[in-house]
Design a binder for this molecule. Structure first.
Ligand SMILES: [Mg+2]
Length: 244
């Protein structure tokens, strides 16, 4: 068994995929060069997007993926679903998709995202038009909602988000939690920081996330954007390659 010095559980858009091309390449090269790092993508994206993404030359392949805002969990080269974590989420969601779409079909300021959903339903929202009553309605129906980047509204099974699913994965794999570093940039990453695992909010983080993590002293605020912020945090927490 490899002893992992770094278990990087990172958001994609704006975080792992953020920063300049040179900053991204530097992080990806450093991860590809080490055997003592475990990589987990934790994203609002679905597996199809990530399958395409890892075809890009130089892009590190994640060991595990938590996709669809914490509702999908997969492992390995072929993104094989992990029933030991995912089944509980499926049971909680049941076949709520149609019900959620029906419930929200006439609500102003939201538009369904063009993605096939399994254990969630996601919309684009207009901050000027979205009504608080819409969110109340979602809660009353027994679901969680999540707003992020002033753009995305996710309807999720109650209690499910990126952070709780990551904790379940860490527990399932018996990973040393003090070696985990979470990274994010928007409010849908807040639940990652609420785990109290070591964290980095990258330099381009949205102001609402920065406000929400006020007082979280286990989260490092990097001045550097995206991938450069992650590389900075790896040094900050002394999780860089041995002898580096
Ligand atoms: Mg992001």
């Amino acid at each position: 068994m490899t002893q992992h010095k770094l278990i990087l559980a990172t958001d994609l858009d704006g975080t792992f995929l953020g920063g300049s091309d040179a900053q991204r390449k530097a992080l990806y090269d450093s991860l590809n060069a080490r055997q003592d790092a475990l990589l987990v993508f934790v994203s609002g994206r679905d597996i199809d997007f990530i399958r395409e993404l890892v075809r890009e030359p130089g892009m590190p392949h994640p060991d595990y993926v938590i996709g669809d805002v914490g509702t999908t969990v997969a492992q390995g080269r072929d993104f094989v679903p992990m029933p030991q974590v995912q089944d509980a989420i499926s049971r909680r969601w049941g076949d709520s998709g149609a019900r959620v779409k029906e419930l929200l079909k006439d609500e102003p300021g939201i538009e369904l995202q063009p993605t096939p959903f399994e254990r969630r339903v996601s919309y684009y929202y207009d901050p000027a038009l979205l009504r608080p009553e819409t969110l109340t309605k979602i809660e009353a129906a027994g679901f969680d909602w999540l707003l992020s980047a002033e753009t995305f509204l996710d309807v999720l099974p109650k209690g499910v988000a990126k952070g709780p699913t990551l904790l379940r994965l860490v527990e399932e794999l018996k990973l040393p939690s003090d070696r985990v570093l979470v990274a994010g940039d928007t409010l849908n990453d807040l639940s990652l920081f609420e785990t109290r695992l070591k964290g980095v909010a990258v330099g381009n983080s949205e102001p609402k996330l920065m406000q929400a993590i006020d007082g979280f002293d286990w989260v490092y605020r990097s001045p550097h954007p995206g991938a450069a912020g992650i590389a900075d945090a790896i040094r900050h927490f002394d999780m860089a390659l041995e002898a580096a």
